[in-house]
Design a protein around this ligand. Structure first.
Ligand code: FES
Ligand code: FE
Length: 450
């Protein structure tokens, strides 16, 4: 397949992005081959597979993978395709098993991927080395605070290097509300649904598109939107009073929006409800300040870990995968997170809040989906595609803090999106890891309209 020149389509110098990115079939195939085979991808949460033999079928790019816990407790990410004739070896979404037995001719694989059973092996395959025909395993896997990440590229940098300084922001979604490290679990199962939009639109939105908040005005007014300033049983965001909002773009392509309190502030009501719930949120807030000190001033909103894993760091805390499902289709998987040891009453409150807010039936998420769906459809038109999209917001307003911390802006900016697409273009052009990690410049961007 001839590679398309994506630098022509991504003109970050002038803030112009071609609509081809959201509909073009060749670009989609190029993404699968050059981006989803190399970048670190979120695969699932270890709480989905707590016991030996547990498995959860996930995806990397458009391919099915099995997140598996072997009988010794080790975690593996295995390509869900038989080495014999390619049948899917695991047809279920999740479960517990001793083996993955292929339905076609019954080759069977242990939960660590080893080929252990071949019918009539001695007669039909004398001398075949079964060890060479195990399920294909990812080149690298990382378990970060219970979240499992993987890449097919053995030369990719270690996950923590890839995450870089985005770590302290992602931590806010993964750590307990009281500041303890880790301790979250997947809550409410995994919500899965398909939307008619290109996967990059939601990924980009979560890089820090705070500018779209008017889309959520109606849900805001009833107290379950992003600002949630009203409602008798809803969330309040008093702890954000006077906070400095920041938008940061990191060298590997991640983008986040967080906020920093002006000082360590006394507790301000987060949720109004029963005494148990109110006491829980107060306790967590004060305990977090005690544990983290000045660092507790950092409060999360959203972020995207390049390319297609996003998080909500405030309630509802969740991790979302925007799986490519075709140029104009995205399979969304959202995993809500909750502190494993939170009281049942608190979990119940959050369960209601989460389902009202996010997921296929969540009112805030529905607002977003409508935007992304129409934007994708709007990129399909022959005439429309002649005109690039405007990504010029707040050009030059931020500053490069340092090579590691990335680019920081204290006003709403599309710089995070510009850099997201610049990095996307670098992957599609097949550039090396020094470029992909921002250690060296790639090719200067040319004008999309040339
Ligand atoms: Fe799996 Fe033949 S395809 S055993
Ligand atoms: Fe939104």
């Amino acid at each position: 397949m001839a590679r398309l020149d994506t630098d022509r389509l991504v003109d970050t110098r002038n803030g112009l992005i071609s609509r081809e990115l959201f509909v073009n079939k060749d670009l989609y195939q190029q993404e699968l081959e050059t981006l989803f085979t190399r970048a670190w991808l979120f695969v699932g949460h270890e709480s989905l597979i707590p016991n030996p033999g547990d498995y959860f079928v996930s995806r990397m790019g458009a391919e099915s993978v099995i997140l598996s816990r072997d009988k010794a407790g080790g975690i593996h990410v295995l390509l869900n395709t038989c080495r014999h004739r390619g049948m899917k070896v695991c047809l279920y979404d999740e479960g517990n098993t001793t083996h993955f037995t292929c339905p076609y001719h019954h080759w069977s694989y242990a939960t660590d991927g080893q080929l252990v059973g071949v019918p009539q092996y001695d007669t039909l395959y004398p001398g075949m080395d079964r060890a060479k025909w195990s399920l294909i395993e990812v080149a690298q896997m990382a378990n970060y605070k219970g979240t499992i990440w993987a890449t097919w590229d053995k030369d990719a940098p270690p996950f923590l290097d890839y995450l870089g300084a985005a770590k302290e922001h992602l931590d806010l979604a993964l750590d307990c509300r009281d500041g303890r490290e880790g301790g979250s679990e997947a809550f409410l199962g995994v919500h899965k649904w398909i939307i008619p939009c290109n996967w990059k639109l939601p990924a980009e939105n979560f890089c820090g598109d705070t500018y779209h908040n008017p889309s959520h005005r109606s849900v805001d007014m009833i107290g379950i939107g992003p600002s949630a300033r009203s409602g008798t049983k809803g969330r309040r965001d008093d702890e954000l009073k006077g906070a400095q909002h920041v938008w940061v773009s990191f060298p590997a392509g991640h983008g986040i929006h967080s906020a920093i309190q002006p000082a360590m502030m006394p507790y301000a009501e987060a949720f109004r409800d029963t005494p148990v719930i109110e006491e829980y949120f107060r306790h967590c807030y004060e305990e977090r300040q005690r544990r983290l000190g000045e660092k507790s001033r950092l409060l999360p909103f959203v972020g995207t870990i390049f390319p297609n894993s996003s998080y909500h760091g405030r309630q509802p805390r969740s991790i979302c995968m925007w799986h490519p499902h075709g140029p104009e289709s995205t399979e969304v998987w959202r995993i809500f997170l909750v502190d494993k040891d939170a009281p049942a009453e608190v979990k119940d409150l959050l369960r209601h809040f989460y389902m009202r807010y996010s997921g296929p039936a969540g009112m805030t998420e529905q607002d977003d989906m409508e935007n992304w769906n129409y934007a994708t459809a709007g990129a399909r038109g022959v005439i429309a595609r002649r005109y690039p999209l405007n990504y010029q917001q707040s050009m030059g307003a931020g500053k490069d803090d340092d090579p590691v911390a990335g680019h920081v802006s204290v006003q709403i900016t599309e710089e995070n999106s510009r850099r997201f697409y610049a990095r996307w273009s670098d992957y599609l052009a097949g550039r090396d890891w020094d470029v992909l990690m921002g250690r060296r410049d790639g090719t200067p961007r040319r004008a999309a309209a040339e």
